[in-house]
Design a protein around this ligand. Structure first.
Ligand SMILES: [Zn+2]
Length: 303
């Protein structure tokens, strides 16, 4: 337990949220703002948001920032944030730390969410699990034997670029047929030719065969992802969060559970449970707060 105050920021492509707490997972104060364009504007908006949440920033022991990757969590540099214009090789942690005069610790949004779920959510006490977000994009983080798997350049767990159909639509990464291009909210919407995935689910419920076909393809892709993760990693748990998983749980969890039951290698298939993120939208914020607290005391969660 601690009586020190920590802040967390969840940098999103359209909305950014910040919060403060003495002890996660309950936040005492919160703020939210529309993410501006340009790295300087984003960092200034983040600093203002923290000041709105905690008037006297000297009371904050450390700040955790959850951001889209790829990024270098040790140096606190965001390499690229495709959904935020003007964000390339930005030393976000150092700049925000200079603005606020407090220590800032950065990590990938899905890593922060996995830490939140591991310490306070659905994956408490579980040493082998995969966190998957199914939202505007698709991403993830892998925890193996109690440690975050980072990979050679820090991108391990980016399951959105799991290839499921070489003849499929072009993905933001430049390849064709990544699961993100097929089963993310934006991929589903684009395939149907509408602004949001909700329209497609609505149309399919109303009997629209073209909408149903888009969703069948997305469902198959989510199943491929779940079966692949189960067969390769043998996790005890797959935790799924993000707007599509929260908003369309029957679709997302049905697709993944049915595919694992019908198609996964039998032994790991029996070992896995596929569940929603217990912290909902807050997984990343909770993880960022816990990360700030741990790193400020010289520790590194799940490493
Ligand atoms: Zn891709």
């Amino acid at each position: 337990m601690t009586d020190r105050l920590y802040a967390a920021i969840d940098l999103g492509g359209t909305r950014t949220r910040s919060a403060a707490a003495h002890e996660p997972p309950r936040f005492e104060r919160r703020d939210e703002f529309e993410t501006p364009d340009g790295s300087r504007a984003v960092i200034e908006a983040m600093a203002s948001s923290v000041r709105r949440v905690v008037a006297d920033v000297r009371a904050i022991a450390a700040i955790g920032v959850s951001a889209p990757g790829p990024l270098d969590h040790r140096r606190g540099v965001v390499h690229e944030a495709p959904n935020i214009p003007g964000f390339e090789n930005i030393p976000l942690a150092a700049e925000l730390s200079t603005d606020l005069g407090r220590p800032v610790y950065l990590d990938r949004d899905t890593v922060m969410a996995a830490i939140g779920e591991a310490l306070y959510g659905a994956a408490r006490g579980i040493r082998d699990f995969v966190y998957v977000t199914i939202s505007t994009g698709i991403g993830g983080a892998i925890v193996a034997d109690g440690r975050i798997v980072r990979g050679a350049s820090g991108t391990a767990g980016e399951v959105g670029h799991w290839p499921v159909d070489p003849d499929g639509p072009r993905c933001g990464c430049g390849a064709n047929g990544c699961i993100e291009a097929i089963a993310s909210g934006s991929g589903i919407a684009r395939a149907y030719g509408t602004g949001g995935a909700d329209d497609v689910f609505e149309a399919a419920r109303g009997g629209d065969e073209r909408a149903a076909a888009v969703l069948r393809r997305a469902s198959r892709a989510l199943g491929d992802l779940a079966v692949g993760l189960v067969n390769v990693l043998n996790p005890a748990l797959i935790v799924a969060g993000g707007g599509v998983a929260i908003g369309q749980p029957d679709f997302v969890f049905g697709a993944m559970r049915d595919a694992v039951r019908d198609r996964a290698f039998a032994v790991p298939g029996r070992a896995v449970r596929i569940v929603p993120a217990a912290l909902g939208d807050d997984s990343g914020l909770v993880g960022a707060l816990a990360m700030a607290r741990e790193r400020a005391s010289g520790k590194e969660p799940l490493s």
